[in-house]
Design a protein around this ligand. Structure first.
Ligand code: HEC
Ligand code: HEC
Length: 176
């Protein structure tokens, strides 16, 4: 019992499929164009000058690499660039914001940060790296946790809470 509508239904289906295919085909090249338009309206990537006064970080870091480390330090300490970097009194941005003299060493906090970096590197290379199956280096954030002065840990306020279960550890034997 063939319905007279069947050939039309098949035709309609083919037509629908063709329309769908052509519309996706038409859309496909639009998205890269859209992206290109987005990129051209975005500001060009900033370039950062190569560092001139590194005493503890590797001296061959690029300006961008130093910048990435500095963002990491700032976030780990919950601090801003000007906690460690002095303002340039003779040089202010048009919007009134100060310009920082990043290579200048006059802020004592910068010297503390150098000591802290060296300490962290030594903890990792002399101790953490020697642990069997070690994979979790100490970072500024391990101790600072978003505060420039690490908060004192009050063990007595923890005693009310049930003990934390040991984290799953794939690397180390369960006995340790
Ligand atoms: C906790 C202190 C601290 C904070 C916060 C900090 N810096 Fe630094 N910064 C340092 C230290 C220390 C050095 C020098 C490292 C060395 O001697 O190897 C440095 C070096 C630099 C340099 C290289 C200067 C040069 O020419 O030698 C730049 C650029 C810089 N910081 C930018 C920033 C920016 C941008 C921020 C904020 C996002 C920031 N810093 C936040 C401590 C800090
Ligand atoms: C092992 C724990 C530990 C690590 C890791 C650590 N810090 Fe610290 N940091 C401390 C302690 C504790 C103090 C407070 C020392 C004091 O007040 O005498 C401190 C103080 C500081 C201060 C001075 C704060 C103030 O108010 O005077 C700065 C700046 C600092 N650390 C930066 C860093 C940076 C940058 C890193 C990573 C490169 C780092 N620290 C890694 C424990 C740590």
């Amino acid at each position: 019992m063939k319905s007279p509508q069947t050939p039309f239904a098949v035709f309609a289906l083919v037509l629908a499929a063709a329309v769908l295919a052509s519309s996706t085909a038409a859309q496909a090249p639009q998205s890269p164009q859209g992206k290109a338009a987005d990129q051209s309206s975005a500001p060009p990537p900033r370039s950062f000058p190569a560092p001139t006064n590194l005493k503890v970080l590797p001296k061959d870091l690029t300006g961008q690499q130093v910048r990435d480390i500095m963002k990491q330090w700032s976030a780990s300490l919950g601090s801003r660039c000007d906690s460690c970097h002095a303002e340039d009194p003779d040089n202010v941005r048009p919007d009134g914001r100060p310009i920082l003299k990043f290579a200048d060493d006059s802020k004592p906090m910068k010297a503390v940060a150098r000591t802290m970096y060296t300490m962290t590197e030594q903890i990792n290379s002399n101790y953490i790296a020697r642990l069997e199956g070690s994979g979790l280096p100490v970072t500024c954030g391990t101790c600072h946790r978003g505060h420039i002065g690490p908060e004192p840990f009050d063990a007595s306020s923890q005693s009310q809470k049930p003990p934390m279960p040991a984290p799953p550890d794939q690397n180390r034997p369960a006995s340790q």
